[in-house]
Design a binder for this molecule. Structure first.
Ligand SMILES: [Zn+2]
Length: 253
């Protein structure tokens, strides 16, 4: 029996095993894409209907080494999990838990300080203009938080959840970004394409030349074409898992 199959057999005794594997895959690829920040930042997935229970990464484990069994099952109504030595930061626990409970489409939340999205978040006007395919994918699908007040303030969850609306991306001004999705495959695909969109946009700005911004109609049509594209996120995520299965299958442990 292959190592990964053995691990899966052992892990089948742990709840939410498929979600654990998917989220571990997301961590590994965020590291491969150089979107990690030291051993900080958090990814989480809600595992009950009202979002009060969710899996999140433990404190101190690098994204590149995350395994399915490492993820901590937390319960917003049971703060005792925060007494574990590897408990997530209290601010992350409060923020992710608060958003899972308040934003219905945020079953999965990925928070990073990736280079180009964060560069965009540093601009006085961080509006991502529709200038090519990837930027158009997010046309009218980004919420902006321009009220940065420092790290982990008390009422952040309520404030941030209120801003998110039904958007998959929340650009956190002076900070980074948050991707919210119905499942890990969708969230990872949005994370990848949003960072690519920001990379292209920031690079185009750096030329100092005038941007060729398309019309509302073209941008809206293209955004809808992205949404209608068949099996896009599923195929992407399947390919990402296949690569890990071959090159670092211990993410499934
Ligand atoms: Zn952050």
């Amino acid at each position: 029996m292959a190592i990964s199959t053995l691990a899966a057999a052992a892990g089948s005794n742990i709840d939410h095993w498929e979600q654990r594997i998917d989220l571990a895959c997301a961590f590994r690829w965020a590291a491969r894409w150089n979107m990690h920040e030291s051993v900080a930042n958090h990814f989480s997935i809600a595992v009950n209907e009202d979002g009060s229970q969710f899996l999140v990464n433990p404190r101190g484990r690098h994204f590149s080494r995350m395994r399915a069994s490492d993820l901590i099952l937390t319960d917003a109504n049971d703060p005792s999990v925060m007494e574990r030595p590897d408990a997530p930061d209290p601010s992350a626990w409060a923020l992710h838990g608060g958003i899972h409970r308040r934003v219905p489409h945020a079953r999965v939340i990925l928070h990073v300080h990736s280079k180009y999205a964060t560069a965009l978040a540093c601009l006085k006007d961080p509006t991502l203009q529709p200038v090519e395919n990837n930027t158009m994918r997010f046309y009218e699908r980004i919420a902006y938080d321009l009220g940065f007040q420092g790290m982990g303030l008390g009422d952040e969850a309520e404030r941030v959840a209120g801003l998110a609306g039904d958007k998959p991306v929340l650009l956190l001004g002076n900070h980074g970004l948050m991707i919210m999705g119905p499942d890990v495959a969708q969230a990872v695909d949005d994370l990848y394409h949003f960072e690519r969109a920001c990379e292209t946009y920031i690079t185009a700005l750096q030329t100092g030349q005038e941007l060729s911004v398309v019309s509302h109609a073209v941008a809206a049509t293209t955004a809808q074409q992205w949404l209608d594209y068949p099996d896009l996120t599923e195929n992407h995520f399947k390919a990402l898992k296949e690569i890990l299965d071959e090159e670092e299958p211990d993410y499934r442990d």
